[in-house]
Design a protein around this ligand. Structure first.
Ligand code: ADP
Length: 692
């Protein structure tokens, strides 16, 4: 059943119909087989019966031919004897043709009639070998004692000869037997000159007075013309038996002629046969007698004088069954072919009919995958066609609804994104305000406390040294305020798109080296070793030196800020293909993995608590990244927490080739006040009194 469940609808239907058809066909075949078998069997029986009858009739014809000569002679003689009784018999004025003796007129007429009738019989029928008429002494004519003649085929033209003496022929079996009977008698078959002969003998009686015997030889060898072979029934066997059961003819074994048929049967079987024979009618019976084979035998009677001869036809049952079997096998093959053709046609028709349903099923799978690019042609107006049409409409509606949903979803996502951004911006702003407030408060608080110190000590004379110290604290905190304000201005410029590049051909090696050298003093208090390394002597590229300085100062100040005492900050510049690579590497506190990307976001600091190591607004790196982006470069960070960080800037290697734009390489002006102020501002986050 599970197997069926997994099959396609058309296959399942075909299987069901096939099974039903198979059952119907089996019933039909069964019924047809039985009825056909019966009809064939009856037909075969009829055919064999008629063969038997046909043989019997042939023998009957021989028999009648033989007998009719004798009967017609007897009839003639009866009339003559009657005539003789009533009429005066002439003198013996006639001469017998056979005996050449005088005979009376009646005898002469009789002689003429019986000799010519005998001659005609042997001439006209090859089955009649000879006809003889024999009389009792002086019963033919008072002038002849032993009147007898035998006419054979060889006497057709010659004169007929006498046939021995009464003492001779009266002792013959046929004569003696006939003399005793009133009816015709037949002898057993016997051989005579190579032919098998049966003799029929009819007594001539008038008023119970035996006058003589008419005898006729019947050539049994000619029975070989009987139906004894048939292609359809190889086991066909034919025999003719006489009234005593003696075999007159045998289609298979010539030597059996003369044997008695009962010896081939069990006693019971023969009793059964002989009791049926007594009825003198055709009969058939099944036997399984002498060789273990089932056989059917057909007996047909042949009237032979006052008794019956029998025509017997025997066929083995298997010959009959072969015919039935062949017909049944033919029928079964025909039915199987019909079944196959029917199933193939049903299969083709069903598949065609159910194809749209299969397409609909496939389409539903497509729909679940979101694919609406299909078309199912509507080929009929029946339920399947209607279903297909409704499905196509439904699919279009779903597609439309999905499209609408996708648009709505997109809008919703955009709204959510906008809301998220607004929320993030709001939170960033809040954080920024809180940070910036703190950042602003610290220097302002410090400036205020210094001012208060001044006010308190105003009366006392403040030493120059102390006064300078207070002023430096105020100056540094003012720088911090300035740095924050500058950064804020720059970032808002970047945001507003006002920050333009001022590009020049600049020797970046010198520029970078100068910047690194200039900040080294800020590393001294922490005893940080600041180095600049490169393999390049000079590398002029198109760059905005101001922005470059801001970027590097931010990275360097961060490195010094986040590197503990005694650490190292190494700046390196190199060229890789069409890029300039500037790296700032420190042995500082490092950056946690999850913060590496975030530190480039605005206002983001790794340590957001107020207990953090150094001051800062969280704007520097985002500003540096914005500048690098403006220069067409990228910035990445590698860091090991607790071991250090490396910021890598990759800038495109570009040079102005037009002289007009070529400017003298610039570098940081050494120890200029303006420059020192810029550095002080940039490094103002670091708590060291840097003023003298
Ligand atoms: P800030 O003004 O706070 O330094 P930045 O944008 O320059 O702002 O830096 C953002 C944060 O990145 C810093 O607060 C710090 O947590 C982290 N950071 C930057 N440079 C380094 C570094 N070299 N070593 C460790 N942390 C660093």
């Amino acid at each position: 059943m599970n197997l069926l469940e997994n099959l396609k609808l058309s296959t399942k239907t075909v299987i069901m119909i096939s099974v039903l058809l198979f059952i119907v066909f089996i019933i039909f075949i069964g019924f047809t087989t039985v009825s056909t078998g019966k009809v064939i069997h009856e037909g075969v029986i009829d055919e064999l019966e008629s063969m038997s009858k046909c043989n019997a009739l042939q023998v009957q014809r021989f028999m009648d031919m033989t007998q009719s000569t004798a009967y017609s002679m007897n009839h003639y003689l009866q009339n003559q004897y009657k005539k003789e009784e009533s009429e005066f018999v002439n003198q013996s004025n006639y001469i017998s043709k056979i005996y050449d003796k005088p005979i009376n007129e009646t005898s002469f007429e009789i002689e003429n009639y019986i000799t010519e009738t005998a001659r005609n019989a042997v001439i006209s029928s090859p089955d009649v070998l000879g006809v003889a008429v024999m009389f009792e002494p002086y019963k033919f004519d008072s002038n002849i004692e032993d009147y007898a003649f035998y006419c054979s085929e060889s006497d057709r033209n010659d004169s007929i000869q006498p046939f021995g003496t009464y003492s001779h022929y009266s002792k013959e079996e046929y004569y003696a037997k006939a003399a005793k009977e009133n009816e015709m008698v037949l002898t057993k078959p016997y051989q005579y000159h190579g032919a098998t002969i049966v003799t029929a003998a009819l007594p001539i009686r008038y008023n119970n007075d035996l006058k003589g015997v008419i005898m006729s030889d019947f050539n049994v060898s000619n029975l070989s013309r009987l139906e004894s072979k048939n292609e359809r029934y190889p086991s066909l066997y034919t025999t003719i038996i006489d009234q005593n059961g003696v075999m007159i003819y045998d289609s298979q074994v010539f030597e059996n002629i003369g044997k008695e048929l009962p010896q081939f049967y069990h006693k019971d079987t023969w009793n059964q046969i002989s009791s049926k024979m007594k009825e003198g009618k055709m009969f058939s019976l099944k036997i399984n007698d002498y060789d273990g084979q089932d056989k059917i035998e057909f007996f047909y009677p042949i009237k032979a004088g006052n008794s019956y001869w029998w025509s017997l036809i025997e066929v083995e049952s298997k010959d009959i069954n072969v015919k039935i079997d062949a017909t049944i096998v033919g029928l079964i093959i025909l039915f199987i072919l019909a079944l196959i053709v029917t199933v193939v046609i049903i299969n083709a028709v069903l598949r065609k009919m159910l194809k749209p349903i299969q397409r609909v099923t496939e389409a539903t799978t497509d729909i679940t995958k979101g694919n609406f690019d299909f078309d199912i042609p509507i080929s009929s107006k029946d339920e399947v066609g209607q279903l297909t049409s409704s499905f196509m409409d439904m699919a279009k509606n779903i597609e439309h609804a999905q499209y609408q949903l996708a648009i709505k979803n997109e809008q919703l996502e955009k709204t959510i994104e906008t809301l998220k951004q607004a929320d993030a911006e709001k939170r960033a702003k809040n954080t920024f305000i809180s940070n910036i407030s703190h950042e602003f408060r610290t220097p302002i608080t410090l400036i205020l406390s210094v001012i208060q110190l001044f006010q308190v000590n105003m009366g006392n004379c403040i030493s120059k040294e102390k006064g300078n110290k207070y002023l430096n604290v105020m100056k540094q905190n003012c720088y911090r305020l300035l740095r924050m304000i500058n950064n804020l201005i720059d970032i808002s410029r970047v945001d507003a798109g006002y920050n333009h590049l001022d590009l020049k051909n600049v020797d970046v090696v010198k520029l970078s080296s100068d910047i690194v050298m200039s900040i080294s003093q800020y590393a001294l208090p922490k005893n940080i070793n600041v180095q600049f390394t490169t393999d390049l002597e000079k590398m002029e590229v198109m760059i905005d030196p101001d922005k470059m300085e801001r970027i590097l100062l931010n990275l360097l100040s961060n490195s010094i800020k986040f590197t503990p005492n005694g650490g190292e900050v190494i700046t390196n510049i190199s060229r890789r293909d069409n890029s300039i690579i500037i790296s700032v590497k420190d042995t500082g506190i490092g950056i946690p993995e999850d913060k590496k990307e975030l530190i480039f976001d605005r206002f983001h600091q790794v340590d957001m608590t107020h207990t953090r190591m150094n001051e800062g607004s969280g704007i520097g790196l985002s500003l540096a990244k914005a500048f690098i982006k403006m220069l067409g470069g990228t910035i990445t960070v590698h860091s090991n927490l607790g071991k250090g960080s490396e910021f890598i800037i990759e800038l495109p290697f570009r040079v102005f080739d037009n002289e007009k734009y070529m400017q003298k390489s610039i570098s940081m002006p050494e120890d200029s006040n303006k420059n020192k102020q810029r550095l002080d501002i940039e490094f103002s986050d670091i708590y060291y009194p840097l003023v003298n």
